[in-house]
Design a protein. Structure first.
Length: 634
């Protein structure tokens, strides 16, 4: 989207004032908890400060902020001050200092390169490195990485076409982006290291900061005495700033769809986000409706990383649906749990009932909020509210029958996904852009433009599940248009255009899970599901042929409909996905899908014959009568 210089400066001001760190220079406080150090003299000037609560209130000011705790002179006391503890540049000497979050404990995480030092884990996590985003962007724009090189890092971007594109349009979201001013986390927050997830301003802290900032700068100002706190339980709002952009999963989870045009239906529920975007309500994920927060599914070892260096997000995602939804849940005893999990239980003051064990993910991670009884049945306790939710096994239809053995849970249970099928990017050498990594304005900027967003069931395709229990295997999963992209790589006005075109779909977990499932027809007779794009897909029984009429015009670049992934009964060639382990259906797979679709022209999906076909389609097909018509693929 084309963004003016004024708009970016306004956004920068908003991010700086509202979304940044923990305290201002004047708020160097001594807390009067039981653990206060008698040698700390901050309270000489900053008496009465409170609000941090718990462990952080008892360790005093200098443990986090540095400075000279014994000095009585303000200048000497503030020497070496860390104004906003938690930014990753300072985290090793603030949050990760000795005796705090630096602990290395014995743990078997089941993956190579695991470390328990939290700062080390965060520094290597995908939210800090953005390795996947960088690698995809370079590959798409024709700058593939050396396979033997280490994964890229957001803090080490160059100035080539692909990296300059990221510097101006994407890199503001990486966790190493520093917070520079006090203020709560909100919808426009970016970066901030530890603060990004753990900083909380209650009403008292907000009011105190607002009063301080409103006071005339020329007059002596009393620093706020209400300090923001640090939480073990990040809210969904902590995730929103970055994840309402990337895949828009924070929006989708709560049921919101970003508008680029008119609402999808009359009388739609519409609201404006803090950054001015308009969204309409489509329908929330069932887990959101039940009151589950992001952190109820996504564990600390997943969000902050394990310490292993990963090249893309899928390698850091460790939780799968079957960790909580299985006939018999995996579990470990508290004694078998790692030290960090036991510490989290103690901090939450949670105890297990007689015979209960803690849940365990398929990779061996302890699920500290899942409690499993002797029969293997479990319940999930919400980390923030404490509410208990029974965990139900999948329906019989999910686990029986060979026909659906390759399907992911999301393939049937995703209710909708956002789709954007037009993206155009061009460099303007005359306009200024903001380099988020260098934190300065630079000559020349990338401008993106795109058309309206659609709402639809996700397309289906095939990806490799590298974490499958026995061995990597291909699964059918959900996809959306990732980069149907026209990009002019030329940045020199003296040279001609250097336009490339990509037609790439991306694997998605839309976070719009519903207990209800999509219909059989929506998979086997819907052109969007098979990858052809919107249009009319119909089986001509007389001719024994499937026929497809696209809704979108053919692209001048490759002749396919503008929103398609593949051509009708054609294979995808070359680069087809943002991931190298994902692909659209092959021609043979399309034929199998549409063969079932031909049956569905007469037999509804819930009919006995079609339900039997899920378990043995070949047998059902062999028993068909003379009136049944199947496609002729010749």
């Amino acid at each position: 989207m084309r963004t003016s210089r004024w708009t970016i400066r306004f956004a920068l001001a908003a991010v700086a004032v509202l979304a940044a760190g923990a305290v201002i220079v004047g708020v160097i406080s001594t807390f009067r908890g039981a653990g206060q150090s008698p040698a700390e003299g901050c309270a000489t000037c900053h008496a009465g400060v409170g609000g941090l609560g718990g462990s952080h209130e008892r360790i005093g000011c200098a443990a986090c902020h540095g400075g000279d705790r014994a000095a009585s002179d303000a200048t000497e006391a503030h020497a070496g001050l860390v104004r906003i503890p938690g930014n990753l540049a300072d985290a090793p000497r603030t949050c990760g200092r000795a005796g705090c979050h630096d602990a290395i404990v014995t743990r078997t995480c089941g993956r190579a390169g695991c470390h328990d030092a939290i700062v080390t884990r965060v520094e290597r996590s995908i939210m800090t490195t953005m390795a996947g985003v960088i690698a995809v962007n370079r590959r798409v724009l024709g700058e593939p990485a050396d396979p033997s090189a280490p994964p890229p890092h957001a803090s080490h971007l160059g100035h080539g076409v692909a990296d300059s594109h990221l510097r101006e349009l994407c890199v503001s979201c990486h966790l190493g982006q520093a917070k520079t001013e006090p203020g709560p986390i909100d919808e426009e927050s970016r970066g901030g290291g530890c603060n990004a997830c753990h900083l909380v301003y209650d009403q008292a802290a907000r009011a105190a900061l607002a009063a301080y900032l409103a006071a005339p700068r020329e007059a002596p100002r009393t620093p706020p005495i209400a300090h923001p706190s640090l939480t073990l339980n990040p809210t969904n709002e902590h995730c929103f700033g970055c994840h309402s952009r990337s895949s828009r999963i924070s929006l989708s989870y709560a049921g919101w769809h970003e508008l680029r045009g008119e609402p999808s239906r009359p009388a739609a529920r519409v609201r404006a986000l803090a950054d001015g975007r308009q969204v309409e309500h489509i329908g929330a994920d069932v887990h959101h409706e039940r009151g589950l927060d992001c952190i109820d599914c996504h564990t600390a070892w997943e969000v902050m990383g394990s310490g292993a260096v990963v090249t893309r997000k899928s390698e850091q995602v460790r939780i799968v649906c079957t960790d909580c939804h299985a006939a018999r849940l995996a579990s470990v005893s508290v004694a078998e749990a790692d030290a960090e999990s036991r510490t989290l239980l103690a901090l939450r003051k949670w105890t297990l009932g007689p015979g209960e064990r803690l849940g365990a993910g398929r990779g061996g991670d302890v699920l500290v909020n899942v409690f499993v009884d002797g029969s293997g049945k479990g319940s999930l306790r919400s980390k923030r509210s404490g509410a208990t939710h029974p965990l139900k096994p999948p329906a019989a239809a999910c686990t029986s029958g060979k026909g659906h053995a390759r399907l992911s849970c999301a393939s049937c249970h995703s209710a909708w996904a956002p789709r954007c099928t037009t993206c155009h990017t061009q460099f303007d050498p005359d306009e200024e852009g903001f380099d988020w990594l260098a934190q300065k304005w630079v000559k020349g900027t990338w401008n993106e433009s795109s058309g309206p967003f659609d709402v639809a069931l996700p397309a289906l395709g095939v990806r490799v599940d590298a974490g499958a229990p026995r061995a990597p295997r291909e699964v059918v999963d959900t996809f959306v248009p990732g980069m149907i992209l026209t990009f002019d790589r030329n940045r020199d006005v003296r040279k001609g255009a250097d336009v490339i075109f990509r037609r790439l779909y991306a694997h998605t977990f839309a976070h719009t899970i519903r207990r209800e499932v999509r219909s059989c027809e929506s998979c086997h007779s819907d052109p969007v599901a098979v990858g052809y794009g919107r249009g009319k897909l119909a089986f001509d029984q007389a001719a024994r042929r499937w026929r497809f009429t696209a809704k979108e015009p053919a692209s001048a670049q490759d002749g396919l409909p503008a929103d398609a992934w593949i051509g009708f009964l054609q294979s995808g060639e070359g680069m087809v996905s943002t991931r190298d382990d994902a692909r659209p259906f092959s021609v043979a797979e399309q034929q199998r899908v549409l063969l079932v679709g031909a049956c569905l022209t007469c037999h509804v999906g819930t009919s006995p014959v079609m339900q039997q076909a899920i378990g043995d389609f070949a047998g059902a097909l062999a028993r068909r009568n003379s009136r049944c018509v199947v496609p002729d693929w010749r």
